[in-house]
Design a protein around this ligand. Structure first.
Ligand SMILES: *Cc1c(COP(=O)(O)O)cnc(C)c1O
Length: 377
């Protein structure tokens, strides 16, 4: 049996090595390391895959969120509603821009921002909402957009963990995650569902005016070289990363299918165990399993993490401290937020190995060891 990893990028690379190596070598031969043809090709290819009008590649998923917020022309002190139960990047950019994070609860089933909590948190100062499609499960975008549209508040979808996911609206229309909000953002960090060989990110929108602003902000605030209309930053997807992504994008659906089939294996093995809640799959979307995250009741979660490590099985707590309890947010009143569901989930979640190369033998071993520990409790 191959050693078990949280994410196995080596085996995935081995399957596409000749294609990737050739694409990277082509970039090196061209020496067009910045803004080379592969970057435009990738933006066009991803736009087509997502069925979104504009894709603006950038340096990473955190920049994508920052640029998205900058394009909304907010003022210091404006409020941005966000979950606390997320990776720090989502909330960090709010503070970086001197905006005020307003942390709200997640739905305990989907782990994603609760639309009812959003509506309750809206004030005249609310100027943006950032839902996160956590672990690869889509937030309830239809409900969120209904609230946001009613209050005329833009929505930035943090799609770093769910690229390729579908959301079905009640009228039957199916859309890709990241394309329902005002702006969508993603990350191509190597371990993400569509990962490059370094850092990378992208921003999507169907709004022409916003697309112009986003592009300018990512390029030192200018559309024309050496002319700078607004304060921006330097955030580019480099050509080598785009070349890797051009090879991997056509495999994304098959990567998602591989993740789902691993998730199905886990689900079946854990079915009916009263101490384990397997990932929820809402009827409005299809989970793309960036993570496979269990919710444990009456189990020494950290003990399980240690026990598995001893058996050569990695497992992770995403995330051990919710954003509102991070020291970073002490001066933003983080600790004043009472988020019982978030705290409750933080103490009970555990993510098991999830990637495109898990064998049945590995899955069998992982599930038997998880059950061995849990059944002893
Ligand atoms: C990975 C991630 C980001 C940030 O992406 P980077 O490319 O690492 O900057 C933002 N939000 C979420 C939810 C993420 O998982």
């Amino acid at each position: 049996m191959q050693p078990i990893q949280m994410v196995d990028l080596k085996q995935q690379y081995a399957k596409i090595k000749s294609e990737v190596d050739l694409a990277v070598q082509e970039v090196i031969n061209s020496t067009a390391f910045i803004a080379g043809k592969a970057v435009q090709d990738f933006a066009a290819g991803l736009g087509k895959y997502l069925d979104v009008k504009h894709v603006i590649p950038c340096a990473n998923g955190t920049d994508a969120l920052q640029i998205a917020l900058m394009a909304l022309d907010l003022q210091p002190g404006d409020e941005v509603i966000t979950p606390s139960f997320t990776f720090i990047a989502t909330t960090e950019v709010i503070a970086l821009l001197r905006l005020t994070p307003v942390f709200v609860e997640v739905d305990p089933k989907t782990f994603c921002i609760d639309p009812v909590a959003i509506e309750k948190a809206i004030t005249p100062k609310t100027k943006a909402i950032i839902p996160v499609h956590l672990y690869g499960h889509a937030a309830n975008m239809e409900a969120i957009m209904e609230i946001a549209n009613r209050h005329n508040i833009p929505v930035i979808e943090d799609n770093a963990q769910a690229i390729g996911g579908d959301i079905q609206l009640s009228n039957g229309t199916v859309k890709k995650t990241g394309t329902l909000g005002t702006i969508g953002t993603t990350s191509f960090f190597p371990s993400k569902n569509l990962g490059c060989f370094g850092d990378g990110g992208a921003i999507f929108t169907n709004d022409d005016a916003l697309a112009v602003a986003l592009k300018m902000i990512a390029n030192h605030g200018g559309a024309k070289r050496y002319y700078h209309d607004r304060v921006g930053c330097n955030s580019r997807l480099d050509t080598i990363q785009a070349a890797v992504l051009n090879v991997k994008l056509p495999h994304l659906d098959e990567y998602i299918a591989a993740r789902r089939s691993a998730a199905d294996f886990y689900d079946k093995a854990f079915a009916g165990n009263p101490k384990i809640t397997v990932p929820y799959r809402a009827s409005y979307s299809n989970h793309v399993f960036h993570q496979y995250t269990l919710l444990l009741e009456g189990v020494d979660r950290d003990g399980l993490n240690q026990f598995l490590a001893g058996e050569g099985i990695p497992s992770m707590i995403y995330y051990p401290v919710p954003a509102h309890r991070q020291k970073m947010f002490a001066t933003f009143g983080g600790a004043n937020f009472e988020l019982k569901t978030t705290d409750w989930l933080t103490e009970r979640v555990i993510s098991l190995p999830m990637h495109t190369e898990l064998s049945n033998e590995q899955l069998q071993f992982i599930t038997s060891k998880v059950l061995e520990f849990i059944n002893k409790q």
